[in-house]
Design a binder for this molecule. Structure first.
Ligand code: KG4
Ligand code: ZN
Length: 348
């Protein structure tokens, strides 16, 4: 039997320089260098700082991945790279590196959609994706609900955020509560010590009127304002802010809406599998509530382990591998990164 193709994936859409190597659906290496610490004092990712960090990290991270996998670059059968969506300058670095490798090694290159890669990575841990699946992608940059009949060529957007991404809401509320950046993990930890029912925060886009127009969309700006007002009010009246209760109640509101909408998407499309990905999929409460609600409705829930939920190169390699396996066409070497790449475009 011929061995399965060896794929190297490069991810640079935000602040993680990721290089992953897979053979078929077997993960061989997942090297990630993050510039998150350089952004922390700004309370958000600074695009120019991220681009510079990718430049510095690219070659060492490729070397690290090859060592980890025990391969030489020349062994690789194809290169995959995130073509979009993401920060333009950051994407450019990854795409330029991938094109250079493809040209020097004379291998095909696949410029792929970051969102489809977030879905496909689950195959490395939980076997072939069911077709169709529903995917809920929640991170600092995106909140999307997708119908995925075929992750290599047919991805349909059902809904998205109409304002902030879910992770962005976590990061902003953490700031309000005086917690460090990125806020998600700190809110998650604080919430474990708090009461999720202490404060009843609003659930955006869930009234019948909103649902008529935005059934699968989400919105976090109203929630964010409500939390900020609540904190201000407490401070004004001289009460000490119960950070753990606010964190738990805020998190509960986000998790409630995300899981409700994801389950609704499964049921109304008659789809029996839900995949959750993106940095916020690392949230411990989201994982618990999603599992409870999926079990209740007979839906099979798949969430990659937290390290594969956040941005990484393995997810890009995983999608590249599936594209090769299914005989999809590679990109032209002249393809361009696309910072606002539409989710329906899987390969540039
Ligand atoms: O996927 P990711 O690493 O990068 C983007 O593409 O944005 O996601 C980062 C986001 C941040 O907003 C971070 O606060 C959030 O994921 N995050 C979490 C948790 N871990 C990371 N949000 C909630 N709970 C967590 N445990
Ligand atoms: Zn992402």
């Amino acid at each position: 039997m011929m061995s399965e193709p060896l794929i190297l994936g490069i991810e640079t859409s935000c602040d993680e320089t990721g290089v992953g190597i897979v053979r078929g659906t077997t993960l061989l290496a997942d090297a990630v260098a993050s510039s998150v610490e350089q952004h922390a004092r700004f309370g958000g990712v600074v695009p120019e700082v991220a681009s510079r960090a990718h430049l510095e990290a690219m070659v060492p991270t490729i070397d690290r991945a090859c060592n980890e996998a025990g391969i030489k670059l020349d062994d690789v059968d194809a290169i995959a790279v995130t073509a979009g969506p993401g920060l333009a300058g950051a994407l450019l670095v990854g795409v330029a590196a991938a094109k250079t490798l493809a040209l020097a090694l004379n291998k095909p290159i696949y410029g792929v959609n970051h969102l489809a890669a977030h879905v496909c990575v689950d195959q490395l841990e939980h076997g072939p994706l069911s077709e169709p699946s529903i995917a809920l992608l929640v991170s600092g940059g995106h909140s999307s609900l997708l119908l995925v009949p075929d992750v290599t060529q047919d991805v349909i957007q059902l809904g998205q955020t109409i304002d902030d991404a879910a992770g962005e809401a976590f990061d902003k509320i953490a700031r309000v509560l005086g917690l460090p950046f990125p806020g998600g993990p700190y809110i998650d930890a604080a919430a474990k010590e708090g009461n999720p029912e202490a404060i009843s925060f609003p659930r955006g886009l869930t009234t019948p009127k909103d649902l008529a127009k935005h059934r699968f969309d989400v919105s976090f700006s109203g929630l964010k304002t409500a939390v900020a007002r609540w904190v201000e009010q407490e401070q004004r009246t001289g009460n000490s802010v119960m950070v753990n209760d606010v964190a738990a109640s805020f998190q509960e509101a986000v998790v409630d809406v995300l899981t409700r909408k994801a389950i609704d998407a499964c049921l109304s499309n008659d789809v029996g599998t839900l995949v959750i990905g993106g940095g916020v999929a690392a949230n411990s409460r989201l994982r618990v509530v999603a599992q409870q609600r999926c079990t209740e409705h007979g839906i099979n829930l798949r969430i990659p382990s937290p390290g594969l939920c956040t941005d990484n190169g393995a997810m890009v390699a995983a999608l590249g591998s599936e594209l090769v396996k299914r005989g999809r066409s590679a990109s032209q070497l002249t393809f361009a990164m696309d910072s606002s790449m539409n989710v329906t475009t899987v390969v540039a």
